[in-house]
Design a protein around this ligand. Structure first.
Ligand code: ATP
Ligand code: MG
Length: 307
């Protein structure tokens, strides 16, 4: 197999915080996270709120908050992605569609922001194409973000990344606020980029929409990857490997909207061993120990009882 465009190995991210007694505490928010994305491939990262999806994106882009520290290894096209290297590639070869609309500059007209001030004919042409694709009228170029709806600003954020010629795209929740037609169009746009050779990592809550477009799914739970599965594995519950992935499958509208009780543990109360244990019908005493990340049927899973 070819060298992956992005390979994240044993990523750890923790925050230093001060508790009430001004004691310094370390919060291990991402633990031993592994993901790979290849050329021509779209991988979706799914997982509940607070599972560490945006942190993963910010860790790769080198834009973590000041109180965060990161360990593990990020490899981009066969070489380690050091702080210097990401600073050089960020915004051109490696782009991020951020989750928050607050990344737009409130004081710059959107056309200027998307072009990043460039006026050459090629940039002009790419902007016109993207505006057409996302149903943005020409006049929008001269407006400021506050004059646009949330959905329009979301499209501006996507356009800002897609006007480049990226080899790696990380899109953090690119579709909320978009109507289904535009959301599907955005997903098709990611597909086209991948088909032209880019590697795409899409972070999303919308498993159903992801399954229509992507190649593989990485499932996050409480700061780690608990399963990597091909899209085909989601056709039936039995072909999935982890009890949490199976629960996500059963929660999909077409599979009956069945939700499991409970919620993901918070970093401060993380159980030893498997983080899903308190909600799992299959768990035993052995789940309190180390859980290896193992390969099964072409996918990977972190569960002692997966087969
Ligand atoms: N600056 C920070 N200091 C301390 N903890 C933080 C900080 N930023 C994020 N966290 C914690 O890291 C965890 C993961 O956050 P993250 O934003 O990556 O979640 P997410 O999976 O993207 O969620 P969502 O689906 O809501 O976007 C959360 O529990 C959050 O509280
Ligand atoms: Mg997020």
């Amino acid at each position: 197999m070819k060298v992956p465009v992005l390979k994240i190995e044993h990523m750890n991210i923790s925050f230093t915080q001060y508790d009430r007694g001004m004691r310094q505490v370390e919060l291990p928010t991402i633990r031993d996270l592994n993901v790979e994305v290849h050329e021509g491939e779209i991988v979706a990262v799914v997982g509940s709120s607070g599972s560490g999806k945006s942190l993963l994106a910010h860790g790769v882009m080198g834009v973590l908050p000041y109180n965060a520290s990161m360990g593990g290894k990020i490899v981009y096209r066969g070489e380690e992605l050091t702080a210097d290297r990401i600073a050089r590639l960020r915004g051109n070869e490696i782009v991020l569609v951020p989750q928050s609309l607050s990344y737009l500059n409130p004081f710059a007209k959107v056309g200027y922001q998307i072009r990043k001030g460039r006026k050459d004919a090629q940039t002009r042409q790419r902007l016109d194409d993207i505006f057409k694709r996302y149903d943005l009228k020409k006049e929008v170029e001269d407006l400021y973000p506050f004059e646009l709806s949330g959905g329009m600003n979301r499209r501006v954020l996507i356009a800002t990344a897609m006007i480049e010629n990226p080899r790696l795209v990380i899109a953090d929740e690119p579709t909320p606020g978009l109507d289904l037609k535009v959301a599907k169009r955005a997903m098709r746009h990611f597909r086209e980029l991948a088909d032209m050779g880019a590697a795409v990592l899409i972070i999303t809550h919308d498993l159903e929409l992801a399954l229509e477009t992507v190649d593989r799914i990485a499932v996050f739970y409480a700061g780690t990857t608990i399963e990597e599965a091909g899209v085909g594995d989601f056709e039936k519950e039995e072909t999935l490997r982890h009890p949490y992935t199976k629960a996500l499958w059963r929660a999909m509208p077409k599979n009956g909207f069945q939700f499991i009780p409970g919620s993901q543990p918070y970093v401060k109360n993380m159980p030893e061993g498997c983080p899903f244990m308190p909600r799992c019908g299959q768990c035993t005493e052995a789940c309190r120990g180390q859980i290896p990340y193992k390969e099964i049927r072409g996918g990977r899973v972190r569960c002692l009882y997966a087969e």
